[in-house]
Design a protein around this ligand. Structure first.
Ligand code: T4K
Length: 435
């Protein structure tokens, strides 16, 4: 059943309609309550004690509606709607308008970088950044990432060369990067997967030694730090995605951030067809602009970012505590001495776990828990790369191992502890092997 309404307060039980739903909300660290709109029933009375209670065996699903990985975090509606109304009144909707400019300033100052060049999405931001850095020939990237990292290169006829990851961090293994360098290599794109920083120092050393350009795909890393410094200032530039499914979203959006004045200027031209004033194009460019309404969403969500992260952290801890007692399942750890956004709840299934990873995902889907196999099967197993490099697996053993084992579970402001414990109870039953 579906309920839609603005809800406040911490875990207030009792539904508006028939009492079967729980109204849920969150409280800020300062005690002020934050409003969240719910349109999905994330509660369940179902208790799973044995395989007979599983939906794949004919029982009703645990949740009445699908629970997604990537449900958007949406900040204060009133503040967003006020901004939206101002935009409509102003008659200025795009083309580096005042809201987009304010957004860029706020992001740059939040991240502690000189420039934020806001874009219409993270993929275009990657394309513009790689083009502005004049990457060509071959560029080394992980295969264990979202396909956009590789496609942004291929789209410009730059060849992505896939290097293996460190199975402990899921990030590029510097030794593997080193092995993939050829005379055609011009750059490296490190991905801060799951928001955990790439091995920045090691990649910087390799880039210096081989005269390569180094940038980062920080799409997962908004609000995350390395040695106490927020991601954004590493390499020659870093790219963020502000897609709806990210911890911080602008509906669709992205940005390149950099401390390099010349690079920033070049990217500003590139995202606006190369226009430098009326009727004067001085550069080849595309349309990568962020709209005013997207920037308004960004400003609003930035004000509520701490709350989103606090909710994700609470969810993460709840999952971790519950999963700790299930042999064969382990959660990806976040370094508590750093800032993390906890936007991905990543579980690894050990080879000795009695149920295969793909079967676990099927069982969860039957319960309406839409867990994902990110980033299976690795970019190298998707077209056109699969056809280009049919034997890539030989140099990507860790990519294969990790992408065959990972399950990403739902989190975000739509979930509460009860729902999480329900999801973990499904996994607990699977540990018995009797399905
Ligand atoms: N680099 C990396 C490392 C990335 O992870 C990404 C994007 C990029 C670059 C490119 O940035 P963008 O160009 O996208 O800005 C999703 C996202 O579409 C993608 O942005 C993200 N990474 C990737 C990790 O996840 P899908 O195809 O798995 O997601 P999708 O569309 O199935 O959404 C996941 C779930 O979220 C859905 O089942 C339903 C829910 N959802 C989604 C949307 C859009 C909602 O509840 N509401 C919504 O508005 O790629």
């Amino acid at each position: 059943m579906k309920v839609k309404g603005v809800v406040t307060g911490l875990g207030v039980a009792g539904g508006a309609n028939d009492g079967s739903l729980k109204r849920i909300g969150v409280r800020n660290s300062d005690g002020a309550s934050m409003k969240l709109v719910r349109d999905v029933d994330v509660t369940s009375d179902k208790i799973i004690r044995s395989a007979a209670d599983l939906a794949i065996n004919g029982a009703p699903p645990m949740f009445a509606e699908p629970i997604h990985v990537g449900r958007p975090n949406i900040g204060d509606h009133k503040r967003f709607l006020q901004r939206a109304s101002n935009i409509l009144d102003s008659g200025w909707l795009s083309n580096n308008g005042p809201i987009a400019q304010e957004f860029e300033q706020r992001i740059a100052s939040f991240l502690g970088v000189k420039h934020c060049v806001a874009m219409c999405n993270g993929t275009i931001a990657l394309e513009i950044a790689t083009r502005a850095l004049e990457l060509k020939g071959e560029v080394i990237v992980p295969s264990y990432t979202f396909i956009a990292t590789a496609h942004a290169l291929q789209w410009q006829e730059i060849t992505p060369i896939f290097a293996d990851i460190d199975p402990a961090t899921h990030n590029l293994d510097p030794a593997a990067v080193w092995r993939m360098i050829t005379p055609r290599t011009t750059g490296i794109i490190g991905v801060h997967l799951w928001g955990r920083a790439s091995p920045v120092k090691e990649l910087e050393a390799i880039a210096r030694e081989h005269n390569l350009r180094l940038m980062f795909d920080a799409s997962h890393g908004f609000g995350c730090s390395l040695n106490g410094e927020l991601l954004g200032g590493f390499g020659e530039c870093e790219v963020f995605s502000f897609h709806a499914t990210k911890v911080f979203n602008t509906f669709e959006g992205g940005a390149v951030v950099t401390n390099n004045d010349t690079l920033a200027e070049k990217m500003r031209l590139m995202r606006n067809f190369g226009f430098s004033g009326y009727d004067n194009v001085i550069y080849p460019g595309t349309n990568g602009k962020m709209s005013e309404i997207a920037a308004a969403m960004g400003l609003t969500n930035l004000e509520d970012l701490d709350d989103f992260v606090a909710i994700n952290r609470r969810n993460y801890q709840c999952y971790r505590d519950a999963i700790a007692s299930i042999p064969g399942l382990s959660m990806l750890e976040y370094d508590e001495s750093e800032r993390n956004n906890y936007q991905y709840v990543v579980v690894e299934v050990a080879p000795y776990f009695p149920i295969a990873r793909d079967r676990i995902v099927e069982i969860l889907h039957a319960e309406n828990v839409l867990a994902r196999k990110y980033f299976w099967p690795g970019c190298h197993n998707m077209e056109p790369y699969r056809s280009y490099y049919p034997h890539a697996e030989l140099v990507l053993p860790n990519t294969k191992r990790v992408s065959d084992r990972v399950v990403v579970l739902p989190t975000g402001s739509a979930l509460q502890g009860d729902a999480i414990r329900g999801i973990v109870s499904i996994l607990g039953v699977l540990a018995s092997g009797k399905v």
